[in-house]
Design a protein around this ligand. Structure first.
Ligand code: GLU
Length: 497
């Protein structure tokens, strides 16, 4: 097994909290962890951080599982696949956290706190300033009701009486907390700005901070790769690693995903700009999962070369944390659409027929696979999403009921009816309906009338598709079919005169 640092095998984790549908930023975090694991022949762990009962959302874990399966990010250890470090759902590990919290209390690095909500509220106001509420820290903890300010007897009495309490981390009053971030270099925080973090809540369950640190240690996580929003939690985690005497994992905080309007991409901005927020919305919107993955890989990372289209395997080879930027990275939906187009162009016609068949059926279009295949091969380079076939290619299957007005003005001339009429007659007579014959017959008629080929091509396209643009005209006519071509051309002559 390869390793990067200190000969420790690479083990990374994606540790979502099942508090709602998975965000696109969450999927990026999962992807970067996955790529890093594969690159270093390491292990990709899925850990469900579900200790916050109040925020737990039924079905959220399924949504995470679906998103990883849809994008093909295979988990090596996790709630479904198991592994030597399980259980991988934190709600199933409560006893473990309690044991470690007790250890910190015994060591004097954490303490019991019995304060009620009202007492906390009063403290924040009384010792706070106009601009900021007071923290529960070295400057205030002596004024509160906890196992530091109270005598041992008082504490014991409270515990015996079954008083509600939390366990808090005793953050030192003065200390610089430094750590090396793989993406940002050395990061330092002053302990004075850090709250005495609650580690065990009054319901006996751990907070994210305690559970996260204990599990990263017990699961032998080598690198913590997560979003920048967790950067400010890291000093608390470092203090805990120190208190336990554990070597912390390497840290890597991914850049924020920014709105094209500036600032962090908020749900509201995203809605305004038509950017889907949740992974399942990308699936519903008709994006190809491998295109989305390729796009997300570039949302914060770049290979340092011109290459933009990478398969998942190629990404695994090329990925490195050194090439992840530290400043925010702008979400560009046009770029995602571009990726989707690239992936559609790479697909085989057979694959696209499979994808298109149900979409067309849902849109009320019934056609044989052979016909769909012909349309797909003409339209593959002209659509952004497979579902566009149901709109952009509808005319292959149904006669147009109107003609583009501008096109008519520009392309329908005085001689159009005569030329197109002659062409329709020729098509009707054609024994062998091929694109070659469609082509030669059109040129013969044009020559005969001393007109350029365009004089028939443009009206023919307009008559058959109702539009002035689309794939090559002979391919179009062929895909529409002999009978339908004749019918549509005669109808256009009728309507347009
Ligand atoms: N449970 C946290 C989340 O929902 C995990 C943060 C981390 O990776 O440490 O993102």
């Amino acid at each position: 097994m390869a390793s990067t640092h200190d000969d420790q095998p690479v083990r990374v984790r994606f540790a979502p909290s099942p508090t709602g549908l998975l965000h696109i930023g969450g999927l990026r975090t999962a992807l970067y962890n996955y790529l890093f694991a594969r690159k270093h022949e390491g292990t990709f762990v899925l850990r469900i951080e579900d200790t916050d009962q109040a925020r737990y959302v039924e079905g959220a874990e399924d949504d995470i599982r679906d998103a990883l399966a849809w994008t093909d990010l295979e988990v090596d250890e996790g709630p479904d696949v198991g592994g030597a470090f399980g259980p991988y759902r934190q709600s199933e590990r409560a006893d473990t956290y309690r044991k470690y919290a007790d250890q910190l209390v015994e060591q004097g690095d954490a303490y019991y706190a019995f304060d009620t909500e009202e007492e906390l509220e009063a403290m924040r106001e009384e010792y706070g300033t106009e601009h900021a509420a007071a923290k529960y820290d070295a400057s205030t903890r002596h004024k509160m009701r906890n196992s530091i300010s109270l005598s041992d007897d008082e504490v014991q009495q409270l515990l015996d009486d079954g008083a509600e309490y939390v366990i808090r981390l005793k953050v030192p009053s003065e200390r610089s907390i430094r750590f090396d971030d793989e993406i940002r270099g050395t990061v330092s925080f002053e302990a004075a700005g850090v709250d005495d973090q609650v580690l065990i809540k009054s319901d006996g369950l751990p907070t994210y901070h305690l559970a996260n640190v204990v599990d990263d240690h017990l699961m032998e996580i080598s690198h913590v790769i997560r979003g920048e929003e967790w950067l400010s939690s890291t000093p608390k985690h470092i203090l805990m690693y120190d208190a336990f005497g554990w070597e912390p994992p390497r840290m890597a905080h991914l850049p924020l995903i920014m709105s094209p309007k500036g600032g962090k991409l908020s749900k509201r901005d995203a809605d305004d700009l038509g950017i889907p927020v949740f992974v399942n919305e990308y699936e519903d919107a008709g994006y190809e999962p491998d295109a989305l993955v390729n796009f997300l890989a570039f949302l914060g990372w770049n290979p340092g070369t011109e290459q933009e289209v990478f398969s998942l395997d190629e990404l695994c080879d090329a990925f490195s944390l050194e090439r992840v930027g530290s400043s925010g990275t702008q979400f560009d939906i046009d770029k995602l659409n571009w990726y989707n187009e690239q992936y559609i162009r790479q697909r085989s016609v057979e694959q696209l027929v499979e994808e298109a068949r149900p979409l067309l059926r849902d849109a009320g279009i019934e056609a044989s696979d052979e016909r769909i295949a012909e349309v797909v091969s003409l339209m593959q380079d002209r659509i952004t999403k497979v579902r566009d076939l149901a709109t952009e290619a509808r005319y292959f299957f149904e006669d147009p009921d109107s003609y583009e007005e501008k096109g008519v003005k520009k392309r329908w001339k005085d001689d159009s009816a005569i030329l197109l009429g002659a062409y329709a007659d020729a098509i009707e007579e054609m024994d062998d309906f091929t694109t070659d014959n469609l082509n030669s017959s059109l040129r013969e008629i044009a020559d005969h009338h001393d007109a350029g080929a365009g004089r028939i091509i443009h009206p023919a396209r307009l008559a058959v598709s109702g539009r002035t643009y689309g794939p090559g005209v002979f391919g179009l006519l062929h895909a529409v079919g002999q009978e339908a071509c004749v019918r549509r051309m005669r109808k256009a002559i009728d309507v347009l005169g």
